[in-house]
Design a protein around this ligand. Sequence first.
Ligand code: CMP
Length: 140
Amino acid sequence: AVERTLSIVKPDAVAKNVIGEILTRFEKAGLKVVAAKMIKLDDEKAGGFYAEHKERPFFKDLVSFMTSGPVVVQVLEGENAIAANRELMGATNPKEAAAGTIRADFAESIDANAVHGSDSAASAEREIAYFFAADEICSR
Ligand code: CMP
C-alpha cells in the first residue's frame, strides 16, 4: 500500500553537506518528497519528538545532538514507504548497518547516525503530525 513516513536528515549529515545525496537515495528508490523543511530544534521540540525514549540513558545526549544544528524534516510517500525507508537507512548503529545503506555511508556513531525514519505506521502518523500541518503536505 502507499504509505507516508517521516524522515529527518540529522545535524551531522546537514553539517557534512549531504542533504541532497540522501534525498537522492529516497527518490532513486521511488519515494517522493511530499513535504520538507529545514529547522533548528530546541530542547522542547526534540524532547517531545523522542518522548518514548525519555527514560533511556541516551535521552539527554540524543536531545543535545538533535539540537546541535539544523535538521531537514521530510514526509516521504510511496509503496511501503515505512519499511522502504528503513531499508535505505540501515541499522541504527552505523557499525551494524549493511553496506550501501545511508548510515553505513554517512553516519559516524549511534548518536550521529545521519537519519531518522518512522518505525511503524502508528509512529509515522504521530511523527508527521508533530512536524507538519495537513496543508503543508503535497500528495502527488
Ligand atoms: P533514531 O532512529 O533517531 O531514534 C532514536 C535515536 O537515539 C536513534 O536514532 C539513535 O541515534 C539514538 N540512540 C543513541 N543510543 C541509542 C541506543 N542505545 N539505542 C537506540 N538508539 C540510540
